[in-house]
Design a protein around this ligand. Structure first.
Ligand SMILES: Nc1ncnc2c1ncn2[C@@H]1O[C@H](COP(=O)(O)OP(=O)(O)OP(=O)(O)O)[C@@H](O)[C@H]1O
Ligand SMILES: O=C(O)C1=C[C@@H](O)[C@@H](O)[C@H](O)C1
Ligand SMILES: [Mg+2]
Length: 184
């Protein structure tokens, strides 16, 4: 099915990208939005803009639960709009209320292999408060164990090819018709 047809069949339903830190939600979300003629939004970036602080600073100065509250408010706000590709934060799946919001659209799980995730996180300059250079191995394992059953509740399970973000976006578009319920 051509991209234009996939986009049409989505009928403006927003797409929520979920997955562990480093799985590529923010990076792949951009070309995906472009291909679908959707607008791209990153909840982590919106939080940084509205608070004028880095995520790591929010965790350090106010704690994780404060960050989760902000994250939920931002999610509810963006869910009012249509035709969005939303890169969520890796922990958005830990709140049942967030699932209620995301279920208004299509939830896509980027399930990248831990070895590639580790490599990408080591090379990435963005500070992630829940994962550091020293605890990367154990923390990632722990987060994966706790969260995999949550990510698995997504509408679409994507095992991203070890390829460019554009190719992964293409892979998602090819998989979408299989789960879109709107009539042809
Ligand atoms: N397909 C890809 N090919 C090469 N590098 C990639 C690809 N996807 C993501 N990356 C790189 O991996 C790192 C993590 O990606 P990204 O920030 O998009 O992950 P994320 O899922 O949004 O993580 P977080 O939950 O922390 O926001 C970045 O440095 C990014 O450039
Ligand atoms: O997995 C997580 O809990 C997080 C992922 C990032 O996207 C940020 O939302 C933050 O660093 C927390
Ligand atoms: Mg991100």
């Amino acid at each position: 099915m051509q991209i234009g047809q996939v986009s049409k069949r989505l009928q403006g339903l927003s797409i929520y990208m979920v997955g562990i830190m480093g799985s590529g939600k923010s990076t792949v979300g951009k070309p995906l939005a472009r291909l679908l003629n959707y607008t791209f939004i990153d909840t982590d970036k919106v939080i940084e803009e509205v608070t004028n602080s880095k995520i790591a600073e929010i965790f350090r100065d106010h704690g994780e639960s404060y960050f989760r509250q902000l994250e939920q408010e931002v999610l509810k706000e963006v869910s009012q709009r249509h035709s969005l590709v939303i890169a969520t934060g890796g922990g958005i799946v830990t709140s049942i209320e967030n699932w209620g919001v995301m279920r208004q659209g299509i939830i896509i799980w980027l399930d990248l292999s831990p070895s590639i995730i580790k490599m990408r996180l080591r090379m990435d300059a963005i500070e992630r408060p829940l994962i550091t250079e020293t605890n990367l191995e154990t923390r990632l394992q722990e987060l994966m164990k706790n969260r995999r059953p949550l990510y698995a509740e997504a509408d679409l399970h994507i095992l991203p090819a070890n390829d460019s973000p554009e190719k992964v976006a293409q892979q998602i578009i090819e998989a979408l018709p299989g789960i879109i319920k709107t009539p042809l």
